[in-house]
Design a protein around this ligand. Sequence first.
Ligand code: INI
Length: 159
Amino acid sequence: MSMTKLIEAQISAQGLKIAVVVSRFNSFITERLLEGAKDAFVRHGGEADNLTIIKTPGSFELPLVASAAAKSGKYEAIAALGAVIRGSTPHFDYVAAEVSKGLAQAALSTGVPVSFGVLTCDTIEQAVDRAGVKGGNKGFEAMVTAMEMARLMGLVNGV
Ligand code: INI
């Protein structure tokens, strides 16, 4: 009889070293995302000493810093947090496109999970809703994903 293998990770921060890379641009939103991420880490058994917070000027700078943090070998996962809010110029589209592509690239090129906790919103209200008001907290979710992916990569890589 054949036996199907299922690989699925538990979500726990116990013993995990994680870096949060967070943008200062739109800090009234990103500070809320950061609080959500810290809350998720602590609630899942993470130790304060195992959490590193790295601040960037804007979301555009997140991929380079996430990539450097991933390459350092110090962290099992990275959670990237930012808030890109549409203005009256095409700037939004360039920043949103580069940060999403860049963070995916940082994960794929290093093998270290990088979760996408970057809001891309049309309005400030939409961003507020996703930073702990009506729509949950995307920083919390990004941290939960970072923890699960850190464990999952350990299982897939046979560590
Ligand atoms: N950075 C953001 O994180 N969110 C934004 O909404 C945003 N807008 O709209 O301009 C933004 N711009 C700054 C950008 O990320 C860079 O820091 C800047 O262009 C310098 O490289």
